[in-house]
Design a protein around this ligand. Structure first.
Ligand code: DC
Length: 275
């Protein structure tokens, strides 16, 4: 289980005396096991890949996006603006976010409450992308994330792991795919599969979950949200989403999941056999 420091009992402070946000440099010689950085846009399959690599190599899997989401949820619950950095930074200083790595992703606690499902909803998704543009907030997050991964033996997944959180990560993978493919994968993840027709029932009209028209509209809405988030993540001034110069770029547009997992295992094994 990985805990972030608990600052929730710190007294309320006026804006001018906000804690100065500084970050310890990352320290590769301090760790005996590697950091595997997985970056890439939304819907590329980073979480599936990170969970798989963590299981396969016996590492901890840490989803940094869940931290932005948890803080965004707290901002929503407290009616904070997503555009004003100072109050958000103050909110962060009084927030306890806990990531509990599980076999399939992270259980996420916000001030001790399990918010793992809630933070995946659309309003939190959009808010997380909006709050993540702020410089000091990112510095704060990077500090927490470095502390979590300092001992190594982690697969850390996000947007800036290889460029800002662990620029000295032993393995860096940038997982990408065409927007339409990512949108379609997201749609299939979030939409229940139509149950097969019951042969006994063949004479009756089976109620459809959605008409074809509604399905198309839902898929288009997911693609639109995804492109909007992509644009914000790639064009923000602070740590925009981009591959680190030394990252291996894995474009999964035409690859099967098994091919992606096998290729990523090869990349990690290549490091482990020389490292
Ligand atoms: O990976 P995710 O979809 O859960 O991330 C949610 C948002 O958080 C994403 O739109 C951008 C932000 N984020 C970030 O800026 N840096 C990270 N390392 C992880 C996520």
């Amino acid at each position: 289980m990985s805990h972030l420091p608990d600052n929730s009992n710190a007294p309320n402070q006026p804006e001018s005396t906000l804690p100065k946000v500084e970050v310890e440099p990352s320290c590769p010689i301090c760790r005996s096991r590697p950091v595997i950085a997985i970056d890439g846009p939304a819907g590329a399959g980073k979480s599936t890949l990170a969970a798989h690599l963590a299981r396969h190599f016996g590492f901890l899997n840490l989803e940094t996006g869940a931290m932005y989401r948890a803080l965004a949820l707290k901002a929503i619950e407290n009616d904070f603006s997503f555009d004003d950095e100072a109050p958000l930074l103050d909110l962060a200083a009084h927030t306890r976010i806990t990531l509990e790595p599980q076999l399939e992703g992270n259980r996420v606690l916000l001030d001790g409450i399990d918010v793992s499902r809630r933070i995946r909803e659309q309003d939190v998704t959009a808010a997380a992308s909006r709050i993540s543009i702020h410089h000091n907030l990112r510095v704060w997050m990077v500090g927490q994330q470095r502390a979590l991964g300092a001992a190594g033996g982690v697969v850390m997944e996000g947007r800036d792991i290889g460029t800002a959180v662990f620029p000295d990560a032993e393995v860096k993978i940038f997982l990408d795919a065409a927007p339409e493919v990512r949108g379609n994968r997201r749609y299939r993840q979030t939409t229940p599969v139509q149950p097969p027709a019951d042969p006994e029932d063949s004479g009756r009209q089976r109620p459809t979950l959605e008409t074809a028209e509604q399905q198309r509209a839902a898929e288009e809405a997911i693609l639109r949200d995804l492109k909007e988030r992509d644009y914000r993540d790639r064009h923000r001034a602070e740590s925009p989403l981009q591959p680190a110069p030394d990252a291996v770029i894995l474009d999964s547009t035409t690859m099967t999941l098994d091919e992606v997992l096998a290729r990523a295992e090869e990349i990690v094994n290549a490091h482990l056999s020389t490292g």
